[in-house]
Design a protein around this ligand. Structure first.
Ligand code: GYE
Length: 328
């Protein structure tokens, strides 16, 4: 007990001392958690590529406000080099905590080491990194993308359970090298791979955007007259592809069945309208949990190494029922 008290007193003294000598670094240091308990978070967002991303950004910004956390926000426009620059600038500004959604999985060790050396805790949100050294970040908050891919595959298995004819599938992948693209592909393949009738006849990236989804689907349609199913790694690419399918004189949802991931409002509307057949939900509303984790991490409290987002799936009927209350 005595030991605990003295530790507490010591911790208090250290905080005071730190606050006392924080003056050298200009205005930003006043925002640090040193004395008054306020927290500054540097957040590096992937970009603004999709409806999911827009909802995620809004969630992060609103929950920072609610939690009383000062947010320094930057948009990397889907470029890793921009994220690395942003993280370095947050280190220089001595923020209390850095959170980011890594655009791709690889290549983060150097900059994460720099944050660690500067004693700034890092939280991964939404997407993971493949660093072997897991001490480089405190926790990873986000979805299980492999499971999402499995759910997409499971629906397909059920939908085609009675026939033996080949099922020709085209796949629109997310951003090359990103965790959701890698994992949604793997989970889907794991489930459908066991049955020879399922054939992925083309698979290409659409970079998670509507425009790219449309463009790549147009090329798929030209090269393959016999597409039965489209699996798109997000709603936006699926929505772009719907335009391409209609442009080619085919009926989305009927001539070509469509499975997507996310369940943003526009996707849910297309599902309710019968243009998409099934959506696997991926929740972008990570802000409140992220702010809770940030407060704990800054205080030095322990947090779980992995926090998995809860999510569901939607059929066309379920989309009709859920749409009126859909927040994003
Ligand atoms: O599914 C997609 C977005 O990382 C989970 O990124 C996220 C994905 C989401 O562009 O729409």
């Amino acid at each position: 007990m005595l030991k605990r008290i003295s530790t507490l007193v010591l911790a208090g003294l250290t905080a005071v001392t730190l606050a006392g000598c924080g003056g050298g670094g200009g205005a930003d240091t006043s925002a640090s958690s040193g004395g008054d308990g306020s927290i500054t978070m540097g957040f590096s967002q992937v970009g603004a590529e999709s409806g999911w991303r827009t909802a995620n950004t809004k969630s992060v910004q609103e929950s920072a406000k609610t939690a009383g956390i000062t947010l320094k926000f930057s948009d990397a426009q889907q470029k890793q080099e921009n994220q690395i620059k942003a993280i370095r600038s947050y280190i220089q500004q001595k923020v209390d905590v850095i959170a980011f959604s890594p655009v791709v999985e690889s290549g983060w060790d150097t900059v994460l080491k720099e944050a660690q050396n500067a004693k700034i805790p890092v939280i991964l949100t939404d997407r993971a990194v493949d660093s072997k050294d897991t001490s480089l970040y405190k926790t990873f908050l986000g979805s299980d993308f492999v499971e999402e891919g499995r759910k997409a595959g499971t629906w397909l298995l059920e939908e085609y359970k009675s026939g033996t004819d080949p099922v020709n599938i085209v796949e629109l992948q997310g951003t090359t090298g990103s965790a959701p693209a890698n994992d949604r592909k793997a989970g889907f393949q794991e489930v459908i791979g066991g049955e020879a009738k399922f054939k992925v006849i083309a698979s290409q990236t659409g970079d998670f955007t509507r425009a790219k989804g449309k463009e790549v689907m147009e090329a798929f349609l030209k090269a393959h007259p016999d597409i039965d199913v489209l699996y798109a790694h997000n709603d936006d690419m699926g929505l772009g592809a719907i335009e391409a399918i209609e442009g080619a004189g085919k009926v989305p949802g009927k001539d070509i069945k469509i499975i997507t991931v996310d369940a943003v409002k526009d996707g849910m509307q297309a599902l309710a309208d019968g243009k998409i057949n099934y959506i696997v939900e991926c929740s972008p509303l990570l802000g409140p949990q992220l702010m809770d984790l940030a407060k704990k991490v800054v205080k030095g409290e322990s947090v779980p190494a992995r926090v998995v987002t809860e999510e569901t799936t939607f059929t066309q009927e379920q989309a009709k029922a859920a749409l009126p209350q859909r927040q994003y």
